[in-house]
Design a protein around this ligand. Sequence first.
Ligand SMILES: [Zn+2]
Length: 70
Amino acid sequence: MIEAFVARLVSILDFLFGCHHGHLSRVFTLGGETYRVCFDCGAKFEYSMKTMSVERRLSSAPVLTRFRIA
Ligand SMILES: [Zn+2]
């Protein structure tokens, strides 16, 4: 129940203050996947060696780790 609430809250925050993925890692190739990771939110992006650019978002990090509480 609380998780659903938090997920909803995070999606609202994401909408308002969404990550612009400005701090991407270097390109990784792991397990046959080539991707870059956003340092800010942990999102993974599929990276194409062919076009040398990010193709699409692979997955979002678990909701609770997306916002750093420090
Ligand atoms: Zn991001």
